[in-house]
Design a protein around this ligand. Structure first.
Ligand code: PMP
Length: 355
């Protein structure tokens, strides 16, 4: 039995894998695969509509916002956000909390002034920057709600008066949020949404069309919204499996219910990291991520042996990113608490063996 702690693409529920494979073989008893029907066929249009309706329902998206599925990953959003929201001659503000934020800043600079108002680079991104001021004439404030690589997460979002734009790639659908506090939210699908390929964007309609730029159609939110996520051929399988995964989340009780489970899972692992003398966390305690749990060993020489030991117990995907080292256990929605227990037991057994 494998316990998949991979950072993404990541674990999805077994029943979603089963339903998705059934759809590949014989979609809704049509005798056809989801992969061979037209994206304009009513059967697929219904899939797209249900996926969008589930996003709206699960995140309680208010009226005045559009939900679209695009391609290009969260990385294309780094550029699209600035292209669509950073007016000519204006500036935007960015919080630099890690690798993904830095990439977003670099892309925004292609379109105008992108000011870094706060950074945690001084301590290898091990905390969430908190004291900063944002210029009143800034078009928006961009931040990354969960730093997948460094294991920090915003548990309190910046002030909404700053026109928040958020990369929620690695913690969307993990906890309740108030969409009305944001101008725009985006996320690559391959964590809590579904398989890689689709990118989710939730945007407040009234902020669009104000930059004075001519935007290529594929990169223009307004055109994508008008085309109902079908400006061109959408990533049909990714959207289909995302729809199945969001149905799974709804059946589990929605975001509030999964948030409770996610808190329990993260608490159990951090408790062991803090208790076990062999291990230590790498981030500021108050900023610890519930999705991306980063930790190292007091004795780095034991890291390779522990990785092997944990793998023998079925725990895979826990090797830390090279910029932090050590370990990273991703605890996405579909990871059951029993997998966390297996990892905690492995840490305890390893402690016994190394006494
Ligand atoms: N932002 C965050 C927070 C991420 O974790 C990732 C990928 N892990 C990205 C952006 C980049 O996503 P994509 O590969 O979909 O471009």
């Amino acid at each position: 039995m494998k316990h998949n702690f991979g950072a993404g693409p990541c674990i999805l529920p077994q029943e979603v894998f089963k339903q998705a494979s059934q759809g590949v073989l014989n979609f809704n008893d049509t005798g056809l695969s989801i992969l061979e029907i037209s994206h304009r066929a009513p059967e697929f249009v219904a899939v797209m509509e249900e996926a969008i309706a589930l996003v709206k329902e699960l995140l309680k998206v208010p009226t005045g916002y559009s939900v679209i599925f695009l391609q290009g990953g969260a990385s294309l959003q780094f550029a699209m956000v600035a292209y669509n929201l950073l007016a000519e001659g204006k500036k935007a503000s960015y919080i630099d909390s890690g690798v993904w934020a830095k990439k977003a800043i670099a892309e925004a600079k292609l379109f105008g002034q992108a000011d870094v108002v706060a950074s945690s680079k001084d301590k290898n991104y091990s905390y969430i920057p908190k004291n900063y001021t944002v210029a009143a004439d800034s078009s928006y404030l961009h931040f990354t709600s969960n730093n997948t690589i460094f294991g920090t997460e915003f548990h309190q979002f910046p002030d909404k008066k700053n026109h928040l734009v958020c990369d929620m790639s690695s913690d969307i659908f993990s906890k309740e949020i108030n969409v009305a506090d944001f101008d725009l939210i985006y996320a690559g699908a391959q964590k809590n949404i579904g398989p890689a390929g689709a990118t989710l964007v939730i945007v407040k309609d009234e902020i669009l069309g104000k930059t004075g730029r001519t935007i290529p159609s594929m990169l223009d939110y307004e055109k994508q919204i008008a085309a109902e996520s079908m400006y061109n051929t959408p990533p049909v399988f990714s959207v289909y499996a995302a729809m199945l995964n969001l149905r799974w989340l709804k059946a589990k009780g929605g975001v509030a219910a999964i948030e409770k489970e996610n808190i329990t899972k993260a608490d159990a692992l951090y408790k062991e990291i803090d208790r076990n003398p062999l291990f230590k966390g790498t981030t500021a305690t108050e900023d610890r991520s519930r999705m991306s749990v980063c930790f190292v060993m007091e004795n780095p020489d034991l890291e390779k042996p522990f990785l092997k030991f944990a793998e023998e117990k079925g725990c895979i995907g826990i090797k830390g990113h090279r910029s932090v080292g050590g370990f990273r256990a991703s605890l996405y929605n579909a990871l059951p608490i029993t997998s966390v227990h297996v990892l905690v037991e492995a840490m305890q057994e390893f402690e016994e063996k190394n006494k």
